[in-house]
Design a protein around this ligand. Structure first.
Ligand code: ZN
Length: 335
């Protein structure tokens, strides 16, 4: 089983260094090309599908060059050259990438994958420390510095489903919060967080893996990210710019939170509510609050909030009492 991303990362880094030294004074397009190569950005899909564990198969959403040797377009970490890219064609560099659903190690060789799937140690013990445990879900904090290979492989996998950049070679600078169903060691989704964020971001990137979407796990993770920053005593939000899917998810979460505080929560009986009041009770940035209220058509000139419009919106988008996915009583945050 492959998964030593170091080889492909080294190849990419060396190539970048070479270009940098020889490319002084070159135009913007070469700078853009270097950046795109660094993040593995491609304009089209290059892996047709993922075999995720033994029983799940689904198409990729975006292309990514970082799995591959930049010169040969072959999987950068494979030990067996005869197995490489046997089904290479004009569009796809690889037909099927086999990815372990416990540890995200990968290969293009089915036989190796089957052997690994039977012995992967992560199927018996998920990494990291439990930070949330409800009757349904567990969220674990996995430090990039401690589980470097796991986190690198997770980031590489993520790039196939997120169109914005995600860092994969500086995982030491991040911690990852990964959600599992209780009793299972299969990651269902995650968010990453900078250890040091000068913009006070509480989330770098968030993804629910394709087999586990439409369960509200994205909202659970976003809610958890705000809970962490509120416990740290900071007004916070996600790293921007958000991807189009990210923005949809956030607007849904922000709308619910603002509606709850203004209609059901602490601010429900206040005659006048300022954006700063909302920021304090929600932990949201004022800029994100304004964006959401505009999205809801509930803000006028001088930032006046129209509560009546908010009630109308709520009636048509009712949450049926399920305001929150996260329940405070199940938090296990002791450090
Ligand atoms: Zn594995």
């Amino acid at each position: 089983m492959a998964g030593s991303v170091g080889q492909s990362l080294r190849a990419t880094t060396q190539r970048l260094k070479g270009k940098k030294n020889g490319g002084k004074g070159k135009n913007k397009s070469s700078k853009k090309a270097r950046k795109e190569m660094l993040y593995g950005i491609l304009n089209e899909k290059n892996i047709k599908q993922i075999q995720f564990g033994v029983s799940k198969r689904f198409p990729t959403w975006y292309g990514s060059a970082v799995y591959f040797d930049p010169e040969t377009k072959r999987l950068g970490c494979s030990e067996s050259k005869s197995q490489l890219c046997s089904n290479f064609n004009d569009q796809y560099w690889l037909e099927t990438l086999f990815v372990c659903e416990y540890c995200f190690k990968y290969t293009d060789n089915r036989a190796r994958f089957v052997v690994h799937a039977a012995v992967c140690p992560f199927q018996y013990r998920a990494p990291g420390k439990i930070k949330y445990k409800s009757p349904e879900y567990t969220i674990r904090r996995v430090k990039g510095s401690k589980y470097q290979l796991f986190c690198q492989c997770l980031c590489l996998f993520t790039k196939l489903f997120l169109d914005n950049k995600s860092m994969y070679f500086k995982v030491d600078h991040y911690e990852f919060y990964i959600v599992y169903e209780n009793g299972s060691a299969k990651p269902m989704g995650f968010f990453s967080k900078d250890l040091v964020s000068y913009q006070q971001n509480n989330l770098a990137c968030v993804l629910t893996f394709p087999p586990y979407q439409r369960r509200g796990l994205g909202l659970l993770l976003i809610e958890f990210s705000y809970k962490l920053s509120q416990l740290e005593g900071v007004i916070s939000g996600p790293e921007v710019p958000l991807s189009p899917f990210g923005l949809i998810g956030y607007l849904k979460y922000w709308s619910q939170i603002l509606c709850w505080h203004l209609i059901e929560g602490d601010l429900a009986h206040c005659d006048k509510v300022s954006l700063e009041d909302l920021s304090i009770v929600t932990g949201m940035r004022v800029s994100d609050i304004i964006l959401t209220l505009k999205h809801l058509n509930c803000i006028g000139e001088n930032n006046q909030i129209y509560l009546q419009s908010l009630s109308t919106w709520l009636k048509s988008h009712g949450t049926k009492g399920n305001w929150f996915k996260l329940q405070d009583e199940y938090l296990l945050i002791d450090d």
